[in-house]
Design a protein around this ligand. Structure first.
Ligand SMILES: C[S@@+](CC[C@H](N)C(=O)[O-])C[C@H]1O[C@@H](n2cnc3c(N)ncnc32)[C@H](O)[C@@H]1O
Length: 214
């Protein structure tokens, strides 16, 4: 993934971010050693960002779309208040298996549920409102995820959508691949939506924070 931010700046930011706890470091190593597309892992800086977002928002009910090996779910769980919980959706059995194994070894095993299957089906089955939704799965469904969860965001809730800069390819007009067109369409959809207030952050591969207007 080409760097949106100069590599030395990314490295400096990572060196000045609290390192991951040993279990997360081990998870990251196993992910890189055994799973396909390890660049999908959120990693140190974005993991701490999500953790502090949960901390600052006091989010109790979190929905994650795209578990992979569980790094971001475990990062967010570290800041959950008592009684808080995370529902995370994953379609690939191999990914869910790794995530479940690390979640079981973590102090958060009773607060994270991995739902195996297509996320849109899982979202329909889940009840209630969400304080935070982290969207980080198949880009082609981003608008569908957004429209499925926006009505279910709590009054002070947030949506955080990952990869909204898509390695800079959002600006490359030559790139008409399905993923790039899907991210562009999502970004335009959010920008044009008067129901929300949003900010696109140049954190890692782009994170867009969205809240519903009162
Ligand atoms: C970018 S990764 C998620 C990274 C993860 N949040 C982390 O921090 O490590 C995207 C994940 O979404 C899963 N996925 C793709 N399409 C999906 C779908 N329709 N429903 C559920 N999960 C899906 C992929 O298998 C992959 O594990």
């Amino acid at each position: 993934m080409p760097d949106l931010v100069p590599e030395e700046i990314e490295r400096y930011a990572e060196e000045h971010t609290t390192p991951p706890v040993p279990l997360l470091a081990e998870l990251a190593d196993e992910t890189r050693a055994t799973l396909r597309s390890p660049q999908m892992l959120t990693g140190t800086v974005e993991g701490r960002f999500l953790e502090l977002l949960v901390w600052a928002s006091g989010a109790r009910r979190i929905l994650e779309i795209g578990t992979y090996s569980g790094y971001s779910a475990l990062s967010m769980a570290a800041a959950l208040p008592d009684g808080g919980r995370i529902d995370t959706c994953e379609v690939e059995e191999r990914h869910a298996e790794v995530a479940r194994r690390y979640i079981a070894r973590s102090p958060h095993a009773d607060r994270i549920t991995v739902h195996l299957g297509p996320a849109l089906e899982t979202i329909e089955r889940l009840e209630g409102a969400f304080d935070l939704v982290f969207v980080d799965a198949d880009k082609e469904n981003y608008v569908n995820y957004y429209e499925a969860v926006l009505p279910r965001i709590a009054a002070r809730g947030l949506i955080a959508a990952d990869n909204t800069l898509w390695s800079g390819r959002v600006l490359d007009e030559q790139d008409q691949s399905e993923g790039t067109r899907a991210i562009r369409a999502f970004n335009e959809h959010v920008r044009a939506d008067e129901r929300v207030t949003s900010v696109m952050l140049t954190v890692r591969d782009g994170v867009t924070l969205i809240r519903r207007n009162p």
